[in-house]
Design a protein around this ligand. Structure first.
Ligand code: ASP
Ligand code: MG
Length: 417
């Protein structure tokens, strides 16, 4: 049994969908479970719809139209008018409109999951229908009947025991199965596993089915040592150990979703990252080994960070009790801490404010602490650094914090211009 994952870029237009089919035909269409994300940038488009909907603005209609137009163009590029998939897709849009009309909840995260999930449902419906049309037999699975989670919407936690039982029992591993990434179900409603969560979905299925491998198909040749959008020179990593991949994901490498590696590591299932454009290339393998091959510095960049220095108003030391106080507030405000630095009277954290909660955090602490913040700074992490690597990052702006360990150097940079 193999698990394949295709992200949004691999189904961004009709030709891309045809290419997915080419990949499947090249690799074989049996004993495979394919996890697919929403098409192209549709999740972002759904997020715009959700924002308009929850804020009751006039943008609901145009946002919904943009999503409809995108999928209609997709259908027109893949099917003849009158194909039954048009009715299926129309039905899904009807269901979406119905959900929005009858919703009475004010819980943003709940609403988000109920709406955003249509991206994956639409995408897999279309790909599955296209496979059927060209004669490739396949089984469309509603992942929400398989992956069971808690009700922490937008960041749901998997109920492993239940999920494993269901998957083992219900997935026909001899077939070509097509299912959605990113989604789960809390027993009643749709949940999501966090943005970019489809890799994790592949990991969950692999773990539960004890798959032979997971392949993530991408528009890049594999895992590179740096983001080519930020760095002009990059190198392909051929082999990465599970531990290294977890470290890299922990520091924010976006090639593999952070939670994906753990289930694979536990069952020693290799993860291949391969190019869907170049099927002869080997790509990257994540497996049980040491470090990385070749051994080059790896750069991880996190933009839009906030660096906050916190000190007690009475100049008392920043020690256990006030630090735990600060951490509790960070946790309550869902602020993600990416770096910590402590001195006697000040405690600094580099944080990510995904949920726009920094102002709340600030207001709650400002009467007890002096808080200094630098907004819009960048956190650079270099695994397997050398002097040259550090200097190249320092040249990018003013280094506000520098932290160096055996394997990892981290710099918070206020970038020029
Ligand atoms: N479609 C979701 C997202 O864009 C999940 C994924 O692509 O992995 O976040
Ligand atoms: Mg996506």
């Amino acid at each position: 049994m193999r698990i394949f994952k295709f992200g949004g870029a691999s189904v961004k237009n009709p030709d891309a969908v045809k290419n997915v089919v080419r990949v499947l035909q090249h690799e074989g269409t049996e004993n495979t479970l394919v996890v697919i994300s929403a098409m192209g940038k549709m999740t972002n488009a759904f997020e715009r719809l959700i924002k308009a909907y929850t804020e009751s603005t006039d943008d609901v209609k145009p946002a919904l139209e943009a999503i409809k137009d995108f999928h209609t163009e997709m259908l027109d590029g893949l099917f003849d008018k009158g194909d039954e998939v048009y009715t299926k897709v129309m039905y899904l849009f009807g269901e979406l409109a119905g959900r929005m009309a009858i919703n009475t909840s004010a819980d943003y995260n709940y609403i988000y999951d109920q709406i955003v999930g249509f991206g994956e449902i639409l995408s897999t419906t279309i790909v599955s229908a296209y496979l059927t049309k060209i004669g490739v037999e396949n089984q469309w699975l509603d992942v929400r009947e398989y992956i069971k989670t808690d009700n922490n919407y937008r960041d749901a936690k998997v109920n492993w025991e239940l999920t494993e039982t269901i998957i083992k029992e219900k997935v026909d591993t001899t077939k070509l199965n097509i299912t959605q990434g990113f989604l789960g179900n809390d027993g009643e409603y749709t949940t999501t596993l966090g943005r970019e969560g489809s890799d994790y979905t592949a990991g969950i299925f692999a773990y539960c089915l004890e798959a032979d491998s997971v392949t993530i198909w991408k528009d890049v040749p594999g895992v590179l040592n740096a983001d080519p959008r930020v760095f002009s020179e990059t190198e392909l990593l051929r082999k990465i150990s599970y531990t290294e991949a977890i470290e890299m994901a922990f520091y924010g490498a976006s090639v593999i979703h952070p939670k994906t590696i753990q289930p694979l590591e536990q069952k020693q299932i290799p993860l291949y990252v391969r190019s869907f454009d170049d099927l002869d290339r080997e790509g990257t393998t994540v497996l049980k080994t040491e470090g990385i091959t070749p051994e080059v510095p790896c750069y991880i960049v996190k933009k839009n960070q906030i660096l906050v220095s916190i000190s007690a108003k009475d100049f008392s030391f920043m020690v256990e009790d006030n630090i735990s106080d600060v951490f509790k507030k960070l946790h309550d405000c869902k602020l993600k801490v990416n770096l910590i630095q402590n001195s006697a009277i000040s405690f600094s954290v580099c944080i990510e404010d995904k949920f726009n909660m920094f102002d709340t955090f600030y207001d709650e602490l400002k009467s007890f602490y002096t808080i200094k913040s630098y907004r819009d700074v960048t956190l650079y992490t270099i695994r397997h650094f050398d002097d040259e690597a550090i200097n190249s990052i320092r040249a990018k702006g003013k280094a506000i914090i520098r932290q160096i360990n055996t394997e990892t150097a981290q710099l918070v940079i206020q970038e020029k211009g």
